[in-house]
Design a protein around this ligand. Structure first.
Ligand code: AMP
Length: 189
């Protein structure tokens, strides 16, 4: 079971991923976490990633797809399923994901979209910034990330809608309520 968890920045993808891992035994791949790991370890890739992340911009598709291919090869080969958190974020990435799964004899089960009003996203990210010190959770970068989400990532709803893979979930309420809706959507697919 391979699942994509989509949603704007601050929509709760990370929190809900943790619960999905626990319930369904899925392997978690968060491209944001992978990139932050490179930045922390001061790798060459980390330097490149930081220059985009600090500006609220996406890492170029070609590079991001190469990174994902590598992570899949290293971490997910013998796993029964993966939860993709933060990937794909563009149409070319979605197309690449299909081919990367196909070449491994796998397919996408469902795309879950956490829908959260913009003012709630901003509030959550500002809070997270205060609590964790996450560098891109500041007012300026948040604005840029939201624009990037609308322009580049939201078209994926239609892309996956046409393939009957997209399920929208209300991403407000308690963590448990949201998780119950996600589980229901996954099991109904
Ligand atoms: P996230 O933790 O998913 O919010 O990602 C944090 C930042 O990492 C994003 O604002 C992007 O700059 C970068 N990033 C994460 N995933 C991707 C992706 N699939 N494509 C391009 N950039 C990404």
């Amino acid at each position: 079971m391979n699942i994509v968890l989509m949603g704007g920045p601050g929509s709760g993808k990370g929190t809900q991923s943790e619960k999905l891992i626990e319930k369904y035994g899925l392997h978690h791949i968060s491209t944001g976490d992978v990139l932050r790991g490179h930045i922390k370890n001061e790798t060459e890739l980390g330097k490149i990633a930081k220059s985009y992340i600090d500006e609220g911009q996406l890492i170029p598709d070609e590079l991001m797809i190469e990174i994902l291919d590598d992570v899949l090869e290293r971490e997910a080969k013998d796993k029964p399923g993966v939860i993709f958190d933060g990937f794909p974020r563009t149409i070319p990435q979605a197309e690449a994901l299909s081919s990367l799964l196909e070449k491994r004899g796998k397919e996408l089960h469902a795309v879950i979209g956490l829908e959260v009003p913009e003012e709630v996203l901003v509030e959550r990210m500002l809070n997270r910034g205060k609590q964790t010190g996450r560098a891109d959770d500041n007012e300026d970068t948040i604005k840029k990330r939201l624009k990037v989400y609308h322009d580049q990532t939201e078209p994926l709803k239609e892309h996956y809608g046409k393939k009957n893979k997209y399920r929208a979930i209300k991403g407000t309420g308690s963590i448990e309520e949201i998780f119950a809706s996600i589980s229901k959507a996954i099991e109904e697919k």
